[in-house]
Write a protein that binds this ligand. Structure first.
Ligand code: NI
Length: 402
C-alpha cells in the first residue's frame, strides 16, 4: 500500500484560503449557517457525497475507498465564540464580538484538507470515511444534535478528532489513552432574600451577602469533600445581585461549572454542592435554589484506538514529536460520540512564540498556526487510512444495515 499523505503547495494554499475565510466570518454555536454552506460547497467541488440530514448547521460527507469495508468517522467542530478578537491579524474577524478564539476554523480547514488527501489516496484504502463537521461544540449542544439528526448510523467502527494546542510546541502531537477531557455540568444558583433600604440592613435579608458567603463556602466543596487524588473543579463564573447602590438586594443569581473525571465524584458533588449552597444561605436567613444541568461526559480515549492512532501519527511525524499529555479539566463534546463508539481525540501542538502563537484558548489574542495546518490534515487522513488497514478491521464484515 503506497499512501501519499504530504500536503502539496496547492492544497496548502487552498487550506489557508478556507481558514482565512472562516476566520473572517465566524458564526456562533448552532448558528453556523454560512460556514455550513461553505463547507458543503467545498466538499461538493471535491466530489465528496453529502448525507442529507435536513439541518441548516453541520455537514456530513462520505468518501468510499476502493472496496467494501468498515467505516470510520473524522470529526471537526466549526463554531466560534462571543469574543471580540484582538489578535491583530490582517484577516481578523469581520463580525463584532464574534471570533474563532478556539481555532475551530483551523479544525474545519484541516478536515477539508484531509478529505482531499483521502480522495487522492482512494485506491490505497477500502471501506468508508465519514467526515463529520459539527456545529455547537462550545455550548456542548452540537454533538447531541448531530446524533439526533442521524449523523451516525450505528455501523461506524471508530471516530477520531483533534484540537489545536497552543501550549504544546508547534508540530508536536499530544496523545492520551483513557480519560482525557473532564465531564462538565452547568451550575445555576438563585439566592432569595428580602429587599430593603441599604441604610437599614437589619430590616432586610441581604442576598448579596448570602451569595458572597455561598461562593466562599463552595471553595470547600472540592477541597474538603473530594479525595485529593481525584481531580475536580467547582467554579462560579458569574454572579449578579441587586439593582441600586442604596437598596439591599433580594435576589442573587449565579452560574458556574462542575468538572470531574469519574461518575462517583460527579455524584458526590451533585450532593455536596446543593447542600453547601442551601445551608450557607440559610445561615443568613436566605433561601437557595440549585440546578445542576449535565453538559457532557468525559472524553475517554479507547486504548486500542489510541494505539492505532499512535501508529498512524508515525506515518507523518518523527517519534520525537509524539508527546504523552496529561488529562485536562476542559470539556469537549467529542465525549458524546464516545458513548456510542470507540473514539480517539488528540492534540496538535501549535505553540510558537516567534509566530505570536502562545495565547490560550478563548483569549482575545488567541491565534493558531497556519504552518501546522497541513500536518493536521495529514494526521486526520492517516488516522482513518491506517485504522481501515488494520487486519482486525479488514476482518470485520461490511455492514449489512445494522
Ligand atoms: Ni475548542
Amino acid at each position: 500500500m503506497s499512501v501519499q499523505l504530504e500536503v502539496d503547495q496547492e492544497l496548502q494554499e487552498k487550506m489557508s484560503g478556507w481558514y482565512r475565510e472562516f476566520h473572517q466570518y465566524p458564526e456562533l454555536s448552532m448558528q453556523e449557517f454560512e460556514t455550513t454552506q461553505k463547507i458543503a460547497g467545498e466538499l461538493q467541488k471535491m466530489g465528496v457525497n453529502l448525507i442529507e440530514l435536513g439541518t441548516s448547521v453541520g455537514v456530513v460527507g462520505v468518501i468510499d475507498g476502493n472496496g467494501p469495508g468498515p467505516e470510520v468517522v473524522l470529526r471537526a467542530d466549526i463554531d466560534a465564540l462571543p469574543i471580540q478578537e484582538q489578535s491583530g491579524l490582517p484577516f481578523a474577524s469581520q463580525v463584532q464580538d464574534v471570533s474563532h478564539m478556539c481555532g475551530h476554523d483551523f479544525h474545519t480547514s484541516a478536515l477539508l484538507g484531509a478529505a482531499s488527501l483521502l480522495l487522492r489516496n482512494r485506491n490505497s484504502w477500502s471501506g468508508r470515511v465519514k467526515l463529520l463537521f459539527q456545529p455547537g461544540e462550545e455550548t456542548t449542544a452540537g454533538a447531541k444534535y448531530m446524533l439526533e439528526k442521524g449523523a451516525l448510523t450505528g455501523g461506524e467502527k471508530a471516530i477520531f478528532g483533534l484540537h489545536n494546542a497552543p501550549f504544546l510546541p508547534a508540530g508536536s502531537v499530544g496523545i492520551r489513552s483513557g480519560p482525557f477531557f473532564a465531564a462538565a455540568d452547568t451550575l445555576h444558583i438563585q439566592i432569595t432574600g428580602r429587599k430593603g433600604h441599604a441604610a437599614l440592613p437589619h430590616l432586610t435579608v441581604d442576598a448579596t451577602v448570602a451569595a458572597s458567603a455561598v461562593v466562599m463556602g463552595l471553595q470547600t466543596a472540592v477541597s474538603r469533600a473530594v479525595n485529593p487524588l481525584d481531580p475536580a473543579v467547582v467554579t462560579i463564573g458569574s454572579l449578579h445581585s441587586g439593582q441600586g447602590h442604596n437598596v439591599v438586594s433580594d435576589l442573587a443569581e449565579m452560574w458556574g461549572t462542575i468538572r470531574t473525571f469519574s461518575q462517583a465524584v460527579r455524584n458526590l458533588l451533585y450532593e455536596t454542592v446543593p447542600r453547601i449552597v442551601k445551608q450557607v444561605a440559610a445561615g443568613y436567613g436566605a433561601t437557595a435554589e440549585v440546578e445542576i444541568l449535565p453538559q457532557t461526559p468525559e472524553v475517554n480515549n479507547d486504548p486500542g484506538l489510541t494505539a492505532s492512532f499512535r501508529e498512524a501519527a508515525l506515518m507523518v511525524v518523527d517519534p520525537g514529536r509524539l508527546v504523552d499529555v496529561e488529562p485536562i479539566m476542559a470539556a469537549e463534546d467529542f465525549a458524546v460520540y464516545q458513548q456510542k463508539l470507540p473514539g480517539c481525540y488528540f492534540l496538535l501542538g501549535t505553540g510558537d512564540p516567534s509566530q505570536h502563537v502562545e495565547a490560550p484558548w478563548h483569549d482575545p489574542k488567541f491565534r493558531v498556526n497556519e504552518r501546522v495546518m497541513p500536518l493536521a490534515a495529514s494526521l486526520l487522513a492517516a488516522s482513518a487510512i491506517h485504522h481501515l488497514s488494520q487486519p482486525s478491521m479488514a476482518a470485520v464484515a461490511p455492514s449489512t444495515g445494522d
